[in-house]
Design a protein around this ligand. Sequence first.
Ligand SMILES: C[S@@+](CC[C@H](N)C(=O)[O-])C[C@H]1O[C@@H](n2cnc3c(N)ncnc32)[C@H](O)[C@@H]1O
Length: 252
Amino acid sequence: MTKTLILSHPDASTHAAEPARVSSHEQGRRPIRSFVLREGRLTAGQERAFRELWPRFGIDWQPGEVLDPQALFATARRITLEIGFGDGDSLAAMAAAAPERDFIGLEVHRPGVGHLLLALEQQGLTNVRVLRADAAALLETGLPSASLDRVQLFFPDPWPKKRHHKRRIVQPGFVAAVARVLRPGGTFHLATDWTPYADWMLAMLDGAPELFENSAGPGRFSARPAQRPITKFERRGQRLGHQVHDLIYRRR
Ligand SMILES: C[S@@+](CC[C@H](N)C(=O)[O-])C[C@H]1O[C@@H](n2cnc3c(N)ncnc32)[C@H](O)[C@@H]1O
């Protein structure tokens, strides 16, 4: 029997069987987005992936609905949400190395989603589901409180110019939204190759001691844990000589 994936949604008639479109979740007001949607061209393989693999791996979710993450997987296990997985190769590698865990990948960029769908098929992975939506909308109200074991955010767009800092995904509201969906004792793992953004993340997360405890101690970065594979953007940063920082926090 199919489990109910959506716990509630405002209007059943708007619940399309298509991948969730990235839409303004703040009605009437243009939200500040952490991404610029470059649609890019899909390869023939990615086109096929959306047609044939989305029904197997994709999550149809619309802003306003509340998703039941446990219902996405066959058995109730610990769930990791990766925000902005890019091409998804590192997420697929993590999932392959941890078959005892389940993963939800979240990304707005269609070619990246198609790329991950193909990787899941090629590697025969069954512990990953894919969602195409704005993280801000999903975290705000789209998941039940304390429903996830881990949230990971690897190499988010650094928005280096001062006038663009408001577009950085890590903001006090985002930190609170991640805290809401994590179970007590759960983990928030971030990484960046942009040192000023690493300092920004540290200030935001260390600045919320009622929500998160820095596992390396206040003011300190963590070493990259072996279970985090090198990502595509990390490799680019390494080529440019950037230092990589990991931050690992425990939800109180
Ligand atoms: C710099 S890339 C890093 C990709 C990947 N994590 C890596 O390390 O290779 C940041 C990614 O985050 C995605 N992204 C940015 N804001 C997002 C949001 N609000 N919701 C979902 N994805 C987002 C972008 O589309 C982009 O693919």
